[in-house]
Design a protein around this ligand. Sequence first.
Ligand SMILES: [Zn+2]
Length: 244
Amino acid sequence: MPAECVVCGRDDAALCPACTAVLRRETCSPYRAEQFADALMSVFGHTMLPVVAVGDYRDTLALAILAFKNHGRTELGPPLGRALAGGIAALPRRLPGLEGQRVLLVPVPSTGSGWRRRGYDPVALMLGAVDRERRLPPGMAVAPVLAIRPRLPWRRHHQKGLGRAARRSNVRNSMRIRRRRMGGIRPAMPLAGFAVVIVDDVLTTGSTVREAARTLEEAGAVVCGALVLAAARAPDKGAPGRPF
Ligand SMILES: [Zn+2]
């Protein structure tokens, strides 16, 4: 099927070879990113939840994520999954407490409205591609044990456009542990004995991964940190912000 590259517009694959090479460069050195997310740092500047980011949320990586998440370009699941796999491989070096552990990667679930709008769950789709291409290191497994809790209609707000405190209270109690069996994993039960790493696409304030960690810890999980495909750095924190 003919397609055009989501980054440069050339008639080619969803991501042309040149843009694939750029994407690879932008995602080749995963780094610790919690200091860019207000909700993950204490007032004293201590890390509350360590996060590894595969790249910055700008340029090619940002365009690819936007096309994948918001414009139905699901063909980008495999190339973005490959970038994510690089971050997964880097986890034991970047997060304390993972060495020698059996690790469960838990995707942050898509909100109900997100699901309805696009018909797929971007993070689960990427992790699925990683798993299918056998790019998970030994001792790691994907465990989609989190689900979105249906919201009371008057409490539904979009995260976008909300301030820091409002975002935090908006995500509070927004997730639950799945009761249904999924992907061969019996929810809740297998969390003991594993080191859990939460996986999300974009890190902004960090309130979503923090709420995911809270929900998992309440169920008895040992959460060692999170992995995101891209971190949005605020301009006042030393790097160019979003491209748009
Ligand atoms: Zn291109």
